[in-house]
Every structure is written in structure tokens, then in C-alpha cells.
Ligand binder design. Structure first.
Ligand code: KG4
Ligand code: ZN
Length: 337
């Protein structure tokens, strides 16, 4: 049976629509990014994001259908992100999805955005089956989740303050590097010496799988300010490399410890920061050394996109998790709710 899913993602600053066959085969995945629009503000402006989603959504839906070579009549499932995210932005995609589900008389399936990020791995590796462990690192989230089954998660730890991507963005901003900072720091880090500056690593209490990046962020800001006051020139590549290494060390160590605890054989990465070359490399090395299989999505599937939402919607549908048409946007939706 070939089930066709049309999925919509508008939780932040990407208007994205995808069409998938049987949940894991991507027929189209159109992403209209607003990054250039928000760059001049140094971050996403919620009101601007909502307005842009409204302008784009119908065009992107049509593009996704055209590229997949399907019509509205071919669609079996309508998937949509309903949280977490910016409420005004979420409502644009959610309202469009509801309108489609109502008019086409097809099931509406609400998807948690974080679950979407995790599900990108099912597209990346067609053999992947739960259980596995997933580190979700994005601009808004840092979660260590045990994926027990499709749609079933045990949250082992999360950030207590800044998300990993947020720390990258804030440090980059302090260094005057522009937005979003993650990819810029990643590139600079490759040219620097990560042993140059000994920034702190927050491991928290023994056995904790939570994260904290605000202390590290403050340490970098202090370093930059102190050197500026003293008139000492800063080696920007070394700062980037040392900061990135401090983030990656903690992410890798905690993920490996959690994998030991849950006795999984597979580790997956997800979210925008999963594109980070330093993280991918160090996680790969540790996984080879300790005997884990590592999976991560292509860069396009790490960033916000509707294909990952479509994949999660497909499994929700198979599990009978169909939403009512009064589904609302939930800006602070938690994983597993
Ligand atoms: O998953 P995503 O596209 O959006 C959210 O759901 O938040 O993640 C965006 C975040 C931004 O903070 C961005 O700086 C970060 O992912 N990012 C990276 C890299 N590429 C994107 N961080 C570190 N290294 C990268 N290569
Ligand atoms: Zn995201």
C-alpha cells in the first residue's frame, strides 16, 4: 500500500512543505528560508516570520505537489507541526493543514517538531528501527532522548538554560560574526587550535544527562571583553575552535554514557547543530571506538524541513494518533506529550 503524506512545517523561519511516499521516501521537500530577512535583526523576528509564512505557504504547497508529481486527490495524510515553536508562525502551517484536511476529507496528524527532527533519521537510514538513542541539538532544543519505539520517547536529559544552537548563535554574535552563528563558528573552528583556550565544560551532577551552556557562553564573553579591554588582539579561529570543542566534548560524553545506560547499539543525531562538522567527527570517532552505529541526516534534513514532519506524521497515523480539526498550536509542547 502506498500512502502519500503531505506535510507542513512553519514553526520558526522556514516555510516548508514535503510529499512523502510510505513515510520514508521523500518525493519533494521544498524549503523557503527566511534567513536573509532576519539576518539584519540578528535573530528571528516572530511577527516578520508569521507574515512571511502567510505570503509563502500556498506557493510552497503547490511547488511541493508539482515536484512530487502528485495532485491533492492523491494525498492520504496531512501532517503538520503544532509545537513547539513561535505561535504565530505555527498557526500559519497548522491552519493551512486543517483547511486541506477538512476540504480533502483526509486525516490531520499533528507532529511535535522535536519528534520531527528525530524522525529525519528514518529518512537518512532506511534500515533504522527503534530502539536507539538520539541527541537532538537545535537552535531551540538540546534533548537526549531514548527512542523506545516509533512515537515513544523517554527524555533522559535536556538543557537547563541555553540550547546548543543558541549558545553558538550568541557567541557568534558577541564575536560580530553574523546570524546564524553555528555554521560560521563551525568553519572558523576548523582553522583554529582547540587547545588554545581552556573554556569550562558543564557536566553537572554525576549521572545527570542534562546540559547547561550559559556558563560556557559567559566564559567566552568574559574572555572577549577582557582581551578587548587590555587591547590584546583576539585569534578568532582559536576562540571558535576552543568554544566548539567545549560544547562538543560534553555532547559526545553524555550521549555515549546514555547509550551505555540504555544498552542501545545505535546513536542518532538530529537538529541544526547536528550539521556541525566537529560534532559529527568526534561522535563518529567515539562511536567507532566504543562499537556504536552512528546515524545523522544530511544537512538539509538536519535543518527545519517538512520531510521530517511527514515521516513522523506517517508513524503517528499508523499508531492511530490522528488529530481533531480543533488542534491548536502549542508553543512549549514537550516531547512525548
Ligand atoms: O534545527 P534548526 O534549523 O532550527 C531549530 O529548530 O532551532 O537549528 C538552527 C540552529 C541555529 O542555532 C544554528 O546556528 C545551528 O542550528 N547550526 C549549527 C550549524 N548549522 C546550524 N550549529 C553549529 N554548527 C553548524 N554547522
Ligand atoms: Zn528545528
Amino acid at each position: 500500500m502506498n500512502l502519500i503524506t503531505l506535510a507542513i512545517e512553519t514553526s520558526c523561519d522556514e516555510t516548508s512543505v514535503a510529499v512523502l511516499e510510505d513515510g520514508r521516501k521523500v518525493l519533494s521537500n521544498i524549503i523557503a528560508s527566511q534567513i536573509n530577512l532576519h539576518k539584519k535583526f540578528g535573530g528571528v523576528v516572530p511577527e516578520v516570520a508569521s507574515r512571511k509564512h502567510i505570503e509563502k505557504i500556498d506557493i510552497v504547497i503547490q511547488e511541493a505537489l508539482d515536484e512530487a508529481n502528485v495532485n491533492f486527490e492523491d494525498i492520504d495524510i496531512i501532517g503538520t507541526t503544532y509545537g513547539p515553536g513561535l505561535v504565530g508562525a505555527l498557526l500559519v502551517g497548522l491552519s493551512s493543514a486543517k483547511a486541506l484536511a477538512y476540504s480533502l476529507e483526509k486525516p490531520l496528524v499533528g507532529v511535535n517538531h522535536i519528534e520531527g527532527h528525530i524522525s529525519a533519521n528514518y529518512i537518512a537510514d532506511l534500515e533504522l528501527k527503534p530502539p536507539f538513542l538520539c541527541l537532538v541539538v537545535s537552535g531551540g532544543h538540546t534533548h537526549l532522548a531514548y527512542v523506545e519505539d516509533y512515537g515513544q520517547y523517554e527524555l533522559l536529559g535536556k538543557t537547563r538554560d541555553d540550547a546548543a544552537g543558541e549558545a553558538f548563535d550568541k557567541v557568534a554574535r558577541a564575536m560580530g560574526l553574523g546570524y546564524p552563528g553555528g555554521p560560521i563558528i563551525d568553519k572558523l573552528a576548523a582553522l583554529g587550535d582547540y587547545t588554545a583556550i581552556d573554556f569550562p565544560r558543564a557536566y553537572l551532577e554525576a549521572g545527570s544527562f542534562d546540559f547547561s551552556f550559559s556558563g560556557l557562553k559567559s566564559a567566552v564573553l568574559n574572555y572577549l571583553n577582557t582581551n578587548k579591554q587590555k587591547g590584546i588582539e583576539i585569534n578568532i579561529e582559536n576562540v571558535a575552535a576552543s568554544f566548539q570543542k567545549a560544547v562538543v566534548d560534553v555532547l559526545v560524553d553524555k550521549t555515549i554514557k546514555a547509550a551505555e545506560l540504555k544498552k542501545v547499539s545505535t546513536i542518532a543525531l538530529a537538529g541544526g547543530v547536528a550539521s556541525n562538522d566537529g560534532l559529527r567527527k568526534q561522535m563518529e570517532e567515539r562511536c567507532i571506538k566504543e562499537g556504536y552505529k552512528l546515524i545523522y541526516p544530511s544537512k538539509i534534513l538536519c535543518t527545519d524541513n517538512a520531510a521530517m514532519i511527514g515521516c513522523a506524521a506517517y508513524y503517528n497515523y499508523l499508531n492511530g494518533k490522528i488529530s481533531d480539526l480543533d488542534l491548536n498550536g502549542v508553543p512549549n509542547l514537550k516531547l512525548g506529550e
